[in-house]
Design a protein around this ligand. Structure first.
Ligand code: ZN
Length: 450
C-alpha cells in the first residue's frame, strides 16, 4: 500500500472512531437524563405552575430599583447592587437574606472580603442524605461601566443579573414547600463583576471542607430576547463528569414540560468561563451556566439602561420555570410522598422494664438506613420518607429482634414496640424464680395519628 493510500485508510479509521465515540457520548447523555427524569412529573409540573409572570416581574423590579423594597422597616429603592456601593449593596444583601429566611430556609452570610457585601447562602437540609448537596446560584451584584454611569450610584442590572437572582429567590419560595432527601442550596454571589471573587472564595472553601456538591445550576442574564428564536445557551464542560448531564437534563426539562424555549448545548468554549460556574469547575464540581442567547446580545448590558422595560417578560418567566424544574430534578431527591414518623418502645419481656440505649436500625432495603437509640424510658422515634421499613433492635444481654414490612405513610406515625428476651447469662436468676418461657412478642400496633 503506497503512502497516500495508508494516509487515507488512517483518516477513515479515525473518522469511524470519532463517530462511534460521539454516538456513545450522546447515548450516555440520553441514558443519564432519562434516569434523572424518572421522578413523578406531576409534582414538578405543580412547582412550575407556581411561577407567575407577576412574581418574576415584581422580584426583578424590586432588585433593580423599579419599586422600593422594605429595608429596616422603611421603603428603600435599590439604585445599584455594585459590590462597592456601600449602603446600597449592604441593604440588598440583607434584603435577599430576609427573603430566603421568609421562605423557611436557613441562611448564612459567606464573608469573602468585607462584611458589607458577603455572599448569601440559603439552605434546605436534606431529610435522608443531607451530605449530598445541589446548588442553584446567581450573582447579585451589578455594574454600569459601559455608559460610564457611576456604578456605585446607578446600576439597575435588571437582566445582569437581577433576572438570575429573581430565579434563585423564586426557586427558594417554591421548593421550600416540599420535602427533600438531599440538601438544596441557594447561592447569591457578590464580586462577580470584579472577577468572580465571591463565588471563587465560596467554591474553594466548600472544596476545602470536602463538601459533596453534586451539581450546580448557575443562572446569569436570563431575561433578554429580541428575536423569535428564544434560544438559551447551556454551557458545560465535557471533561467534568456530571456537567454535560446537567445541561442535557435541562434540555429534557424544557422538552418534557413544553416550555417555550430553544435550548442549545455549548461544550468546552472559553466564553463559558465568564460567570460563576467557572469557580465550581475550578474546584472540580459539576456545574453549568444557563444564559440567554449570546448571538442576540443585550445592548443594554452593563449600562444604566439595563432595566425591566428592555426585557422579554414571557421569555424570562419560561427561563425561570426551566431553572426551577431542572434544579428540582437534579438531585432526584424529591420526597414525593412527604415524611412520617416511626416510633415505639423497647422493653424486657421478663419484667416489662424499659431498655435504655438499645440500638435501633431502620432500613428501606433500598439504601436508606436510619439509626437511633432508645431513651431512658425505652422510647425511640425517627422521621423518615413515607415507605416500607424493616426495624431491627439490639440491646446488650438480649436477643436482637426485627420487624419487617413496617409501612409508614406521609404525615402519619407508625408505632412499633419490642419486647426483648434476655440471653441465658442474664436469664439464670429468673430460672431460679421459675419464670414461664414465652415467645418473642411484637406489638401489632400500627397507628396513624393525624
Ligand atoms: Zn452577569
Amino acid at each position: 500500500m503506497n503512502r497516500p493510500q495508508r494516509v487515507l485508510l488512517l483518516v477513515v479509521i479515525l473518522a469511524a472512531a470519532l463517530a462511534e465515540s460521539a454516538h456513545l457520548f450522546s447515548a450516555a447523555l440520553e441514558e443519564s437524563s432519562a434516569e434523572l427524569l424518572a421522578l413523578p412529573a406531576d409534582s414538578i409540573q405543580g412547582m412550575i405552575d407556581q411561577i407567575s409572570q407577576e412574581d418574576v416581574v415584581r422580584q426583578v423590579g424590586l432588585l433593580s430599583g423599579e419599586w422600593p423594597i422594605l429595608s429596616l422597616g422603611q421603603p428603600y429603592t435599590i439604585s445599584s447592587r455594585h459590590t462597592l456601593s456601600g449602603e446600597s449593596i449592604s441593604r440588598t444583601v440583607r434584603y435577599v437574606a430576609s427573603r430566603m429566611s421568609a421562605a423557611g430556609l436557613s441562611v448564612q452570610y459567606h464573608v469573602w472580603e468585607d462584611q458589607n457585601y458577603p455572599n448569601v447562602i440559603g439552605e434546605l437540609v436534606g431529610q435522608s442524605n443531607p451530605e449530598q448537596i445541589y446548588l442553584i446560584s446567581a450573582h447579585l451584584d451589578s455594574v454600569s461601566t459601559r455608559d460610564r454611569a457611576p456604578s456605585a450610584l446607578l446600576a439597575p442590572g435588571a437582566d445582569d443579573n437581577a433576572s438570575g437572582t429573581a430565579a434563585v429567590l423564586l426557586a427558594a419560595d417554591v421548593l421550600s414547600r416540599y420535602q427533600w432527601g438531599c440538601t438544596l442550596r441557594f447561592g447569591l454571589w457578590t464580586g462577580e463583576e470584579q472577577g468572580l471573587k465571591g463565588s471563587a472564595a465560596y467554591a474553594a472553601d466548600a472544596a476545602d471542607l470536602g463538601e459533596q456538591i453534586a451539581g450546580v445550576l448557575n443562572l446569569d442574564m436570563i431575561g433578554y430576547n429580541s428575536d423569535d428564536s428564544r434560544i438559551i445557551d447551556l454551557h458545560a464542560r465535557s471533561w467534568l463528569t456530571g456537567s454535560v448531564e446537567i445541561a442535557s437534563l435541562m434540555i429534557d426539562v424544557v422538552d418534557n414540560y413544553n416550555l417555550n424555549l430553544q435550548p442549545e448545548l455549548i461544550i468546552d468554549v472559553p466564553l463559558s468561563d465568564r460567570s460563576d460556574n467557572k469557580s465550581f469547575w475550578d474546584n472540580s464540581y459539576p456545574a453549568i451556566l444557563a444564559i440567554e442567547d449570546h448571538d442576540d446580545f443585550n445592548p443594554y448590558y452593563h449600562t444604566s439602561e439595563d432595566r425591566l422595560e428592555n426585557m422579554d417578560i414571557d421569555f424570562m418567566t419560561e427561563f425561570v420555570k426551566a431553572g426551577v424544574a431542572a434544579f428540582a430534578h437534579m438531585g432526584n431527591c424529591l420526597l414525593a410522598d412527604g415524611l412520617g414518623t416511626v416510633e415505639g418502645q423497647v422493653r424486657s419481656i421478663a419484667d416489662e422494664q424499659p431498655l435504655t440505649a438499645a440500638a435501633i436500625e431502620i432500613s428501606d432495603g433500598a439504601g436508606l438506613t436510619a439509626t437511633t437509640s432508645t431513651s431512658a424510658s425505652g422510647a425511640y422515634s425517627s422521621t423518615l420518607p413515607a415507605g416500607s421499613y424493616t426495624i431491627t433492635v439490639s440491646a446488650n444481654g438480649f436477643f436482637p429482634a426485627s420487624a419487617p414490612g413496617v409501612s409508614l405513610a406521609a404525615s402519619a406515625v407508625a408505632v412499633q414496640d419490642f419486647a426483648l428476651k434476655a440471653q441465658l447469662r442474664a436469664y439464670l436468676p429468673l430460672l431460679i424464680q421459675e419464670q414461664p418461657a414465652s415467645p418473642l412478642v411484637r406489638s401489632p400496633l400500627i397507628t396513624r395519628r393525624p
